[in-house]
Design a protein around this ligand. Structure first.
Ligand code: NAD
Length: 482
């Protein structure tokens, strides 16, 4: 396969170096999806320089004109929906139905932020001086570095890139290595919309070296990161060296609390959707179920029965619910943590056998573990796989307390018809996303997104909240000259 994909700087793809990475389909590792070549450190620095050079002219465009380019980008991506989704499913294993939905989300995000180009960006204040006009205006921040994970290879980059661009910033994007081919395709599509050279730049390669160097590049004025907690903390340290602002979206250990008055069918359907779609590789996936004694036995039975019935198979089969996990390393890490939970007293109710008759891929069956130790691996550690730990609590208050006994605080659900106990949960649950009778996974792009505790740091993403991170506010006072 001669087509080697590479980084994109100043509106052109760079010649690939001799360093090549072969991408194998996680649904069938004998199938080669493509090849890419990481950027050199000099090329990464060049991308930051290109974004710096392009910034003043792009910031000088009117916001409605920038919005028009985003509208065009949305139309182009919509036309390439199936091709982009098929490539992403083949590269990182998300089932094709979910992946098409993710590309649709990307299109919707582009249109939403294109509209930001014509919405109000400042406020007028009453001045203490009778003759003064006091108002705010906003400008871009400068070149921004976007560092993204592989698990939402289209939606997360766009929910960062679209607000960054419409508010006048230029972009250097460093995607995860596991989604490099999809990143190239996305840039190819967006590149046709008419962004001037240097406004969008793509740097392929490892985070620990290239990502870390870019974070410390003085041309970069803001870093928006989504990924694991350790990488986030290291990026924070790097950004502090140059004074760049930073925003971190990190892990989760999201609970679903089920009270005895819950509709069991609704709870089971939403818990399994949240825990098993994308093979549990979502920061907002449900990975702990905490139930009251009155419902735990029937909930346990229903969860196990329906988890066993979930169709697992290759990501490009549209009838599949559960695809592979992204890599062999990820698979081993998930299975090791399940083993750890069993060593702490957990009992695997389903998922102990690998599925039979699959092509060679990174398969993890849907796993449900009962009776794991509160405070242990399955209670506190992010697994990032199709695994649910079942826990018991005597009261709704005790369930919320158990749910809160983790370092993370991204998303949380409760299933109940009791308004008072739902209100107690809303008030006391330590999570950025708090859901009543809804699954913990999933995001509505028009509303703010982010977590508390160790899940997030800094500004919220998405919706109108994005304007805070991607703009500088200038407070203006104007008085008559005489
Ligand atoms: P990761 O932290 O390994 O990598 C994320 C990105 O950071 C990649 O582009 C990687 O190359 C880069 N990177 C890694 N170390 C770096 C460093 N020292 N300096 C600069 N860049 C570095 O995460 P992942 O495995 O790609 O994704 C899974 C993680 O992402 C999970 O912890 C998950 O919870 C989290 N996640 C969070 C959200 C959220 O919104 N909170 C959403 C999706 C995923």
């Amino acid at each position: 396969m001669d087509d080697v994909r590479s980084s994109y700087v100043r509106g052109a793809f760079l010649p690939p170096s001799d360093d090549r990475r072969q991408v194998e389909d996680p649904s069938d590792t004998t199938r080669v999806v493509g090849q890419w070549s990481p950027a050199t450190p000099a090329q990464a620095a060049e991308a930051a320089e290109a974004a710096k050079e392009a910034y003043p002219a792009w910031e000088a465009w009117t916001a409605p004109a920038r919005g028009q380019v985003l509208f065009k980008a949305a139309t182009l991506l919509e036309a390439e929906r199936d091709a982009v989704a098929t490539l992403a499913s083949s590269e990182m294993g998300k089932p094709i139905g979910e992946m098409r939905g993710e590309v649709d989300r990307g299109v919707a995000l582009l249109r939403y932020y294109a509209g930001e180009g014509t919405r109000a960006v400042g406020e007028v204040y009453p001045s203490a001086m009778a003759d003064a006009l006091l108002f705010t205006r906003r400008t871009g921040v400068g070149p921004v570095l976007l560092i993204t994970p592989w698990n939402f290879p289209v939606a997360i980059p766009i929910w960062k890139m679209a607000p960054a661009l419409v508010f006048g910033n230029t972009v250097v994007w460093k995607p995860a290595e596991w989604s490099s081919l999809t990143a190239v395709r996305l840039v190819e599509v967006l590149g046709g919309a008419g962004f001037p050279p240097g406004v969008i730049n793509l740097v392929l390669g490892p985070g620990r070296t290239l990502g870390a160097a870019l974070t410390r590049n003085p041309a970069i004025r803001a870093v928006s990161f989504t990924g694991s907690r350790p990488a986030g903390m290291s990026i924070a340290a790097g950004a502090l060296e140059t004074g760049a602002r930073f925003q971190l979206e990190m892990g989760g250990k999201n609970p679903a609390i089920v009270l005895e008055d819950a509709d069991i069918d609704v709870a089971v359907e939403r818990i399994l959707s949240s825990a098993m779609r994308s093979a549990g590789q979502k920061c907002t996936a449900t990975s702990r179920v905490i139930a009251l004694p009155g419902i735990l036995p029937s909930l346990r039975e229903a969860l196990v029965e329906r988890a066993r019935a979930l169709k697992q198979g290759p990501a490009l089969d549209a009838s599949v619910f559960l695809g592979p996990v992204v890599s062999a390393t990820q698979r081993e890490s998930i299975l090791a943590k399940v083993k750890g939970g069993v060593a702490e007293g957990g009992v695997v109710l389903t998922g102990s056998e690998p599925p039979a008759g699959m092509p060679p891929g990174h398969w993890v069956p849907p796993v449900i573990v009962d009776g794991a130790r509160p405070g242990g691996v399955l209670h506190t550690e992010e697994l990032f796989g199709p695994v649910v730990g079942l826990f018991a609590a005597d009261t709704a208050e005790a369930a919320v307390a158990l749910a809160n006994q983790v370092p993370y605080g991204l998303s949380a659900s409760i299933f109940t018809r009791d308004l008072d106990r739902a209100l107690y949960f809303i008030r006391h649950m330590e999570a950025g996303l708090v859901r009543v009778n809804d699954e913990s996974a999933g995001v509505e792009y028009q509303a703010p997104f982010g977590g508390v505790k160790e899940s997030s740091w800094g500004w919220r993403e998405q919706g109108r909240a994005a304007i805070e991170f991607y703009t500088e506010t200038h407070t203006v006072t104007v008085r008559p000259s005489r």
